[in-house]
Design a protein around this ligand. Structure first.
Ligand SMILES: CC(C)(COP(=O)(O)OP(=O)(O)OC[C@H]1O[C@@H](n2cnc3c(N)ncnc32)[C@H](O)[C@@H]1OP(=O)(O)O)[C@@H](O)C(=O)NCCC(=O)NCCS
Length: 173
């Protein structure tokens, strides 16, 4: 994955959410969306709105499909010091719907870990805490994180009830 930022048109076309079945409600032409995976729609909207470089210092990594016609994988992450320790936020991990079930999530997590390890090495640090906010029903993301050693963190009082925190310690390489 690269940090190439010249893909605005492809970002605008990024698709990781399946088209919602629509249900007609009363007035002709009025529809509501039956959105069964609100997290995927939210991620898709955020990715389509990415304008780099990000003002908040977020790191963006994109991977193009082999034929260059779509963005295949997206990673958005941040690194910050929190209470004297480095913390990595995995904000967005998303594969294009056309690459579903091909292990792209693993590639994204690998890119995340490599980027964390570079930051740790640059700052002569031994490890950092990685954290991600995951929708409770987002089983693919939870399975992906579990398979790479992440665990669910204890909830805090003011947490959004639809989301849970997951975390992992990232050691320097
Ligand atoms: C979260 C996400 C990146 C995980 O990617 P992934 O692990 O590669 O999984 P996919 O969603 O592409 O694949 C779906 C299925 O194929 C399976 N699969 C993945 N790689 C596979 C491979 N190489 N061989 C066979 N099956 C595979 C997965 O285990 C999953 O099966 P399951 O639902 O029965 O567990 C992906 O689901 C996604 O982009 N979702 C939308 C955005 C999102 O929710 N992001 C997370 C919050 S930021």
């Amino acid at each position: 994955m690269s940090g190439e930022y010249s893909h605005r048109a492809l970002l605008n076309e990024f698709r990781c959410a399946e088209a919602s079945p629509r249900r007609q409600v009363g007035l002709a032409g009025a529809h509501i969306s039956d959105d069964r995976k609100p997290w995927a729609t939210k991620v898709q909207r955020i990715v389509r709105g990415i304008r780099t470089p990000m003002r908040d210092g977020a790191i963006v990594r994109l991977r193009l499909s082999e034929d260059g016609t779509r963005i295949d994988a997206v990673l958005v992450m941040k690194a910050a010091y929190v209470e004297g320790a480095i913390r990595f936020d995995l904000a967005i991990a998303a594969r294009h719907l056309d690459s579903k079930g091909q292990g792209v999530g693993d590639d994204i997590l690998e890119c995340f870990e490599t980027t964390c390890q570079k930051i740790l090495a640059d700052n002569l640090l031994r490890s950092g805490l990685a954290v991600s906010h995951v929708h409770r029903q987002n089983k693919p993301m939870q399975r992906l994180l579990s398979s790479r050693g992440w665990t669910q963190l204890a909830p805090e009082a003011d947490d959004d009830p639809d989301y849970e925190y997951w975390g992992a310690v990232i050691p320097a390489s």
